[in-house]
Every structure is written in C-alpha cells, then in structure tokens.
Design a protein around this ligand. Sequence first.
Ligand code: NCD
Length: 313
Amino acid sequence: MKHLISTRDFTTDTAIAILDTAIDMVDVRSRDVKKLPTLRGKTVANVFFEDSTRTRLSFEAAALALSADVTTFTTQGSSVSKGESLKDTLQTLEAMGADFIVLRHSHSGVATTVANNNWVDAHIINAGDGTHEHPTQALLDAFTIRSRLRGDDARGKDLAGISVVIVGDILHSRVARSNALLLKTLGATVTLAAPRTLLPREIEGWDATVVSTLDEAIETKPDVVMTLRVQKERMTSGFFPSESEFSALWGMNHSRLSRLPSTSIVMHPGPMNRGLEISGSVADSPQSTVTEQVANGVALRMAVLYTLMGDSR
Ligand code: NCD
C-alpha cells in the first residue's frame, strides 16, 4: 500500500496488521526512550486546508516519534490566498523534500485525485476530505474498541460479534463513513441512528441497519455508542428544528448511558459540542473513551507511517 486514502482499501488482514503494529507503538511510547529511528532522514509534510487540532498534532507527534522531520502547512498566511493551485502547492512541498503528505481538505475526493494523478511521488495520507473519509480516525477508533473490549490479548483479533451504534450527524461525517466501512470489514455489526435529514442518500450501500430513534438503538444494548459532532459549519439550512430538540432525541446523556451495560463504551472523535450530541457527564464518565481515542491516535498514526514506509522499501 503506497497511499492511505479510504478504509475501502483494507482487507480484514491488512487492517488487523495495522492495529497490531499500533500495539507495538503503544509499547514504544511507554518506554524510557519513546522514539524509533524508522523515518530518520524522511520528511512528513502536514498539509491542512481545513482547521484541525487533534489530527494535525497527532500526525506531528507520530512523525517525530519515528524520528522524521516535520513541516506543517496551513492555508492561513500561505500563497493559497494568491490563488496557487493544490497541485502547485503539493509539488512545492515535495520539491522541499516531503516524503509523506498528510492532507486535509474541505473537498470530498481530493485525496483520491492527488493520489490517482501522480502529481507527487510522496505517500499521500488522507487526513479528512470534506464529508467523504477520514481513514486514520476509523483505524484509531477500531483500535480503541478492540483494546477496550478484547482486553490484553487483542492482538490478531477482529471485531466479530461487537455491536456499534453510530449516532447523529451522519450526513456530514467522514468519520461515520470511514468507520462504517472499516467496522464491517472487521466483522462488527453497525447500526445508524439519525434524523432522516442527517442521513446520506446512499445509505443503502453502507450495509448497516438504520433505526429511527436513539432509544431504539439503546434498547439493543450495544457494545459501543459512537457519537459524532454536529457539523454546524457544513450545514446550509435547518437540518433539525432546534438544538434542544436534537439533544433530547439524539444526544447521548446520563439516562441513556444508565440503560447500557457497564462494559459498553461511548466514543466521540472530538471536537465535542458538550450538551448537544453528548452531555458533559457522559463525556467525562469512565465509559467514555474520548481522551483514550486521542492517545491511541498517536500510536495508530505511527503504525500507518511505519507500514507505508515499509511498503516503499
Ligand atoms: C473529525 C474531523 O475533523 O473529521 N475530528 C477529528 O479528526 N478528530 C470530526 C469532526 O470534526 O467533527
């Protein structure tokens, strides 16, 4: 695998191999010397055309932990304001020595276009393209689910028998799409819970059960409830009547959490709208994996860089 564009690119075995490598990376990060020399002399360019806290810092930490040099490009203050094209921007970064380009962009499909047109020789990693995909988020989520629910001997295991409910703004969520695809590949069952206005039109192709209330999904006692940020910046019109109505019907709150088994977990990719899709008490509860997801993200991205590097050697 040269690039990482979509979770569709994975077979069950390749996905499990990356999750297993991430276990080794967690190990590296717990050592006294938290670094591997794998990417010494290589450069990872973080190219972010859209805002990010977690993903950008996480890739940066992962690249540094593998001894790479890191350059970061954000649109603010760049020549993009002078109309420079994406192709020219990427070729400029490669001319400065980028071996990996971690790309986030507001347009769906951009990472595919860049990889398919061979504009650059660098490995392309999709760090979120519009409402399309965010494969490393799905991998770190799968890693988190596996380590929480399979325990210490997670290595080599898939997610067969694990039930996951994805709830909320599925329409605008690249996290939901990448997760639904990867979770199926790993053998989990996926249920989608959202108001009709926040479900994508091609939902039939997702191979997931759709329910019309979150309470109905909670009744099935799922192992995982994955909440999503309501993406106000991508909403052009009223997708739901009011925020209080949304949180009453679709928010993960204390009462819903209390109806789940104590072993079930609640996830959120961040950034959270506390009080909207997830209540503060749920976000801070022991069943929440929010900060664990962030911590796992670094190890997982180390595993992705390591794997792509290995395939070019
Ligand atoms: C997500 C993203 O940017 O796609 N966040 C993240 O990467 N941790 C989800 C979101 O913005 O809601």
